[in-house]
Design a protein around this ligand. Structure first.
Ligand code: CP
Ligand code: NVA
Length: 318
């Protein structure tokens, strides 16, 4: 066992200490690389079963206004691995903006705990909570962004393909929170993103403008076949996100030409990998043959949520 003080880590204090992670756009390209590098190191430590507990005595509040498997479990386990503690708060216990303002919620939580992870609907409420809380606030998914997912996505692509710069990634489907965060993450790391979406379901133009300011803007198309040509990574997500359940049926017909199936994968670069943030709906946005087939890396990607978020916690709380 290597004592914690002998293990390599970022300079102390961490260059990201005290920062929030609401969209990824808070970070410079070098800072995103630092998070990914730390994630890789923490993954190796975990694989070797080497204990590393820099967050001993620290507590993360996890506010959930929507359901979760990966985010809930990976944050809680991640805090445990790093020597800290995580406190889940369900909608029965805490409802943002219901009993008190998002700002009061943030100020109060910050008096008890060292960081706050929030999964919610309205991104502006999250911003309001974060502005009032003088501890790091991490977006565990809002209607507009899912930055922790993008960190795991980038880590997975870098592990699989050895690089991010110039790698063609095509996201096929709804221009949603996952697509937005992927766009910002690709701009910050030099990956070349194409988003291929059904009419009227493209990404928010403000997010695309932001991506263009951070690096290269994604290519946007409504042609699913053309979009995947030459892609080394093909990515999709559900057609109706949490909170859009009422639209799910009517979206099915419109989105079917954007299904990632064996034929669409055959248009991508030879050896292309398939990613999905999960949960997935087999037979809708992806066929079972693709998600359960040899090109799929979705479970490595899900595992990487743990390592990426541990790196983020370590750096923000360092
Ligand atoms: N990908 C993701 O965020 O999964 P959960 O909704 O299960 O947390
Ligand atoms: N776009 C999906 C992602 C789930 C992880 C949603 O918001 O429901």
């Amino acid at each position: 066992m290597i004592p914690a003080e002998q293990q390599e880590g970022p300079a102390s204090p961490s260059p990201l200490a005290g920062r929030d992670c609401l969209t990824l756009a808070e970070f410079a390209p070098g800072e995103v690389r630092l998070i990914l590098d730390e994630a890789q190191k923490l993954k190796m430590l975990r694989r070797s079963r080497i204990p590393f507990r820099p967050l001993f005595g620290k507590t993360l509040a996890m506010v959930f206004q929507k359901p979760s498997n990966r985010t809930r479990v990976s944050f809680e386990v991640g805090m445990y691995h790093l020597g800290g503690h995580a406190l889940p708060l369900s909608p029965q216990e805490l409802q943002i903006g219901k009993r008190e303002t998002p700002s009061d919620t943030g100020r109060v939580l910050a008096r008890y705990i060292d960081a706050i992870m929030v999964r919610t609907f309205d991104h502006e409420e999250l911003e309001e909570l974060a502005a009032a809380a003088d501890v790091p606030v991490i977006n565990g998914l809002s209607d507009s962004h899912h930055p922790c997912q993008a960190l795991a996505d980038l880590l997975t692509v870098r592990e699989e393909l050895g690089e991010l710069e110039g790698v063609k990634i095509t996201y096929v489907g709804d221009g949603n929170n996952v697509a937005h965060s992927l766009a910002l993450g690709c701009s910050l790391t030099g990956a070349e993103l194409t988003i291929s979406h059904p009419p009227d379901h493209g990404p928010d133009s403000k997010v695309i403008e932001l991506a263009a300011r951070l690096g290269d803007a994604p290519t946007i198309t409504e042609d699913p076949q053309e979009g995947v040509v030459g892609a080394r990574v093909v990515y999709t997500d559900v057609w109706a996100s949490m909170g859009q359940e009422a639209e799910a049926e009517e979206r099915k017909k419109k989105f079917m030409p954007y299904q990632v199936n064996e034929e669409l994968m055959s248009q991508a670069a030879p050896g292309a990998i398939f990613l999905h943030c999960l949960p997935a709906h087999r037979g809708e946005e992806v066929t079972a043959g693709v998600i359960d087939g040899p090109q799929s890396r979705v479970f490595d990607q899900a595992e990487n949520r743990l390592h990426a978020q541990k790196a983020l916690l370590y750096l923000l709380l360092g």
